[in-house]
Design a protein around this ligand. Sequence first.
Ligand code: F6P
Length: 321
Amino acid sequence: MKVGILTSGGDSPGMNACVRALVRVGISNGFEMIGIIGGLQGLLDQKFRLMEARSVANIIHRGGTVLTTGRSKEFRTLEGQMKAAQILEKNGFDALVAIGGNGTMRGLHKLQQVWNGRIIGLPGTIDNDIYGTDYSIGFDTAVNNAIDAVDKIRDTAQAFDRFFLIEVMGRHSGAIALDVGISCGAEAILMPETVTNLKRVAEDIVAGRERGKNFAFIIVAEGDEEGDAMEISRKMSGLVGEQCRVSVLGYIQRGGNPTRQDRILATKLGAYAIDCIKQGKTGILVGEVKGELAETPFEESYTKKRSLDSYLIGLIDALTI
Ligand code: F6P
């Protein structure tokens, strides 16, 4: 069995732990493991590297991805997908495992229609917006990175009696915003999944001030429908009647050493991907749902919407009295 592995789309902490598990469990099963450098574009450019047990030494604790990643325009075309199939065929690959987000799962689904090898997808994105897994690899670390930053901003907000708007990542997903907002005690959490009513948020901030709250902060996901953090802060400053300061946490959320949860999840899913290949499975995203390993067809993984915890969303108002 010759198995190609790649990381694609936005990197996420834990991808390296997953690559390590894939390589070592693959080799333990007698597979030849080939790293594809630079994501799906790297496959089209035939950037291959033989992975040995020692190639993945000393990476379990590192963020980023040793295989490097990318977003490929060429792979989105039918010509690109056919070219990838020919390359996989010509180079004798039997299987491909890709770690990535929704865009990657869509790409794998297309590839499955033109290539006969076994294809397994693993959820790697800080956005946690893939259907078929409770958590994606990297989400837990990103949330903890953001919590650490927000706690620091909170100190200075409190010292100065200030009002802050803090933007977290999530172009189409409020998963980070919700967990960070609840974990840090935000006054409001603005997300693409919920309707944002700035007037109401402003009234709550003003009412809180009147009840004796000396500082306030709001968490906003970058994909909120009211605009980016600068735009929302301009509107909020006007509505609340005081300056709304902005902190955009940005890429700091995506880096750093993966947490225990991300290392374990990455290792478990990587190992199970090899089991799936052994059993002849293909066309599935491997995730974990309610503590059990779960297999979801590619198409469902990127077309179905993973919903946020509605119980947590329902708590926001009561927690901010
Ligand atoms: O997909 C993860 C993510 O971090 C999103 O939350 C964010 O919008 C996006 O990647 C930014 O990606 P880049 O700037 O690297 O293209």
